[in-house]
Design a binder for this molecule. Structure first.
Ligand code: PRX
Length: 647
């Protein structure tokens, strides 16, 4: 069977930054001579001290080391703000759209410069210095972008914690990064409800100890500020000078730390640095979305995730773009909200997650059709594989069959798009992230031998052969963990922990994580994290967590729980455990299904056979494979008899 192919229209190709020929030429140049290619494209930034060295990288285990533009100096904030003042000081940098329809704000580059400079001075007045960590726990308001850029301006390292994480999760990130300051808001309105951000910060500081905080009054609600510890944003900004010289930073100085889940242990602090990160973020933003001056661009992600870092703030602003920041949700007050915002601000590029597309698709075409979406030029997806049905709906109903779709595959660790179509260059196939971006050399490895599969058609695990500028540099405070997580399993490569297939046309199809990481509504969750939250409950003896296919979320969270002897299972206990996990990690980790498991399938050496648990959770127990090595094969019969997901 051949997959349907959607070639770029001649009109799009004619005006695009890259058509097919240009893509091929640039791609070949980028892999044949990365030094020259990235030496040239590094010039898209303004450097305070130009670099003379471009690439100094090795994936050789265990001496992995990644440096780009290592003798160059620049300031990321200057590149995202100051350098645009002359040409586009009065152009809108950020369009902010509030949770409640009707509220918006337009922030010009001039105003952005003022706010960021003042805030940078506020940081200094609170004792924050170059190299210090600042934790941001923010709603989607312009102050979140100011807070990031103000860090960059003075060389402080921000670490954003998504507002959907609990006080416990926040506390461990504040402690791990040894933050000098926490910036938050009293409350964050979302979908008509207020998220108690300040309340959560208070609870987190009760756990990890007091840290100076700066609090934006978004709603006027929430707990009051604690004397001597908490500072009111507006009060300090009122007195701050709008004059704050930007710190000269080395290209390899860290810009931010962002925690992300892995298959084992606590979330890792992914470290991104200044020069290479911004080169890749801005270049991908320009080419992937085919962004042109004057376009209005909207990425619906939250700044708490890498997508918000690279494609709401850094990439677009480095390009002098107009970037839209949305506080709300896709369905509040109704299922038309995304499309009304597109109509209202004449959005040209729209970038969202497959889970949002699936949930809106389920609500029918009318909410889309009643809005004028004629300004749309590019539609993007990110975060998880998109099923062809959702792709087709996005293409036909949202894009009226005319707007190219870019399915962007990348990761927190990669900093920027790695595989994606370019609107004027790449024929698309629904469900495929298609081809690598410039400089990216994907390979498919045989998972058992670790050998590269060199035939065009291939299936295996996805690895990357050589470095690219926005690659993560280390795990914050634990370089060994970085080396062992990404470079130990397949020597000489960066291992993505994704499975993939390459088809006869050389197109890549991501098949999902091959480690114990779930992708729930495009959010990364470690099964080990959820398991350790469950076993921390006094009634739980043991727990195993796996994913199962979920029509809207992509994957749902399926928990097998063994209770302590003498504890009665009940629906109330299910609710209690669900709330318990929400409290320990956050609402993003809410279990969907909890099955009481008197026993878990284990090998004689005590290893849980997750393969079997996955099959039962998928309601696919006809093909359990070999169960003869199980210590007690009969536990499987009980699991099947009491399975929760019956198709
Ligand atoms: O499994 C891949 C999936 O999301 C993982 C990375 O998650 P995170 O670091 O949270 O970053 C998400 C935003 C970049 C990947 O290992 N993933 C991401 N994009 C796609 C995807 N899977 C399939 N298709 C995609 N376009």
């Amino acid at each position: 069977m051949t997959d349907p192919i959607f070639p770029p229209s001649a009109k799009v190709a004619a005006n695009a930054h890259a058509d097919a020929k240009k893509y091929e030429e640039m791609y070949a140049a980028s892999v044949n001579d990365p030094e020259s290619f990235w030496g040239e494209h590094g010039k898209r930034l303004d450097w305070m001290t130009p670099y003379t060295k471009v690439k100094n990288t090795t994936f050789a285990y265990p001496d992995v080391s990644i440096k780009w533009y290592e003798d160059g100096e620049l300031n990321v904030c200057v590149n995202c703000v100051d350098r645009h003042l002359e040409k586009r000081g009065d152009q809108v940098a950020i369009i902010w759209e509030s949770d409640e329809p009707g509220g918006d704000e337009k922030i010009t580059y001039k105003k952005l410069h003022q706010e960021v400079s003042k805030l940078a001075n506020v940081y200094k007045s609170l004792g924050v210095k170059k190299g210090d960590r600042v934790v941001l726990y923010m709603p989607m308001i312009p102050e979140a972008a100011y807070a990031m850029l103000a860090c960059a301006r003075i060389g402080a390292i921000h670490s954003i914690v998504f507002g959907g994480f609990s006080p416990d999760a926040l506390a461990s990130r504040i402690a791990d990064s040894k933050a000098a300051l926490v910036v938050t808001a009293d409350e964050g309105p979302r979908g008509g409800r207020a998220v108690g951000l300040k309340k959560n910060v208070d609870a987190a500081l009760d756990i990890c100890g007091d840290v100076t905080t700066l609090v934006v009054a978004r709603t006027g609600g929430g707990p009051g500020n604690k004397e001597g510890r908490d500072h009111d944003y507006a009060t300090l900004m009122a007195d701050a000078s709008p004059d704050c010289p930007a710190e000269k930073m080395n290209a390899e100085d860290p810009l931010f730390v962002l925690y992300t889940s892995g298959s084992t242990g606590k979330p890792k602090g992914v470290v991104h640095t200044s020069g290479g990160y911004l080169v890749s973020a801005s270049m991908t933003h320009q080419y992937t979305f085919d962004y042109h001056d004057g376009d209005v661009y909207w990425c619906t992600a939250d700044v708490g995730w890498i997508t918000g870092h690279s494609y709401i703030v850094y990439g677009p602003l480095a390009n002098g773009a107009t970037t839209l920041m949305f506080e709300g949700t896709p369905t509040y007050p109704d299922a038309s909200r995304f499309w009304q915002v597109c109509e209202k601000h004449k959005v040209n590029q729209f970038y969202t997650a497959p889970t949002a597309i699936r949930s809106l698709m389920a609500l029918g075409d009318d909410p889309v059709n009643k809005c004028d979406l004629s300004a749309l030029k590019v539609l993007g997806t990110v975060g998880e594989p998109i099923n062809p049905e959702a792709w087709n709906w996005y293409h036909n109903v949202v894009g009226k069959g005319k707007v190219p779709i870019v399915d962007t595959w990348w990761q927190t660790e990669t900093g920027a798009h790695m595989m994606t179509p370019l609107p004027g260059a790449t024929p698309t196939k629904p469900g495929s992230a298609t081809k690598p971006f410039f400089g990216v050399q994907p390979v498919v490895l045989d998972p058992t031998t670790g050998k590269e599969i060199t035939t065009t058609e291939a299936e295996g695990v996805l690895a990357i052969k050589d470095s690219w500028p926005s690659q993560m540099r280390t795990v914050y405070g634990d370089h060994e963990r970085f080396v062992n997580t990404y470079f130990a399993a397949y020597k000489g490569y960066y291992f993505t922990e994704d499975g993939c297939r390459r088809d006869k046309d050389g197109y890549y199809w991501i098949t999902g994580r091959v480690d114990d990481v779930l992708n729930v509504s495009g959010h990364r969750m470690g099964t080990a994290e959820i398991e350790s939250a469950l076993v921390a409950h006094p009634n739980v003896a043991e727990a195993a967590v796996v994913g199962y296919p979920h029509a809207v979320k992509g994957q749902g969270i399926y928990c097998y729980v063994t209770l302590n002897a003498g504890v009665e299972s009940s629906d109330d206990l299910r609710v209690e455990l669900r709330n318990w996990v929400r409290k320990q990690i956050g609402p993003v980790a809410s279990p969907d299904l909890i099955q009481w498991a008197p026993g878990l399938p284990k090998t004689r050496s005590g290893k849980i056979m997750r393969r079997i648990l996955r099959k039962v959770a998928e309601d696919d127990f006809g093909s359990l494979g070999d169960t003869s090595t199980l210590a007690e094969p009969e536990v499987v019969d009980d699991l099947i008899a009491n399975r929760m997901n019956r198709g």
